[in-house]
Design a protein around this ligand. Sequence first.
Ligand code: SF4
Length: 149
Amino acid sequence: MSQTLLVSACLLGLLTRYDGQSKTNPKVLDYLQRHDLTPIPVCPEQLAGLSTPRPLTFFAAGSGPEVLDGSGKIVNTDRADMNNVFIKGAEQTLQIARLVGCKDALLKDGSPSCGVHRICRNGTRTAGQGITTALLQRSGLHTFSEEDL
Ligand code: SF4
């Protein structure tokens, strides 16, 4: 079997985004084919038990690492605290990575779960990692985004 790569499900065409849409990325599909990789699709927010569609979420303080450490905060448009839900999604994603032996993850940039280089805080794009990305990095996985391809 070819090597596995954890991939944000929305990049593969799955309808997992908060708005019920996907973010199919031909560069991702091409990368998988060129490197003979078997994608393991994951959506941390669905793995957390959230519905699709679901309210938009964004950081009110910090980013992924700070949420894991307890000083950051992620909220939805109703201003509900989503920290524990998003941490659960990150932990479930890490569990899948361990089950299949993934050491690398290709994740959707800009997302509060999957962002690698940037996230959104109070309506502004800023540098930072999503909560799942931060947990995967801390657990020794190499992460990169579709913007690195
Ligand atoms: S949580 Fe990640 S995989 Fe799920 S829709 Fe958002 S960016 Fe895509």
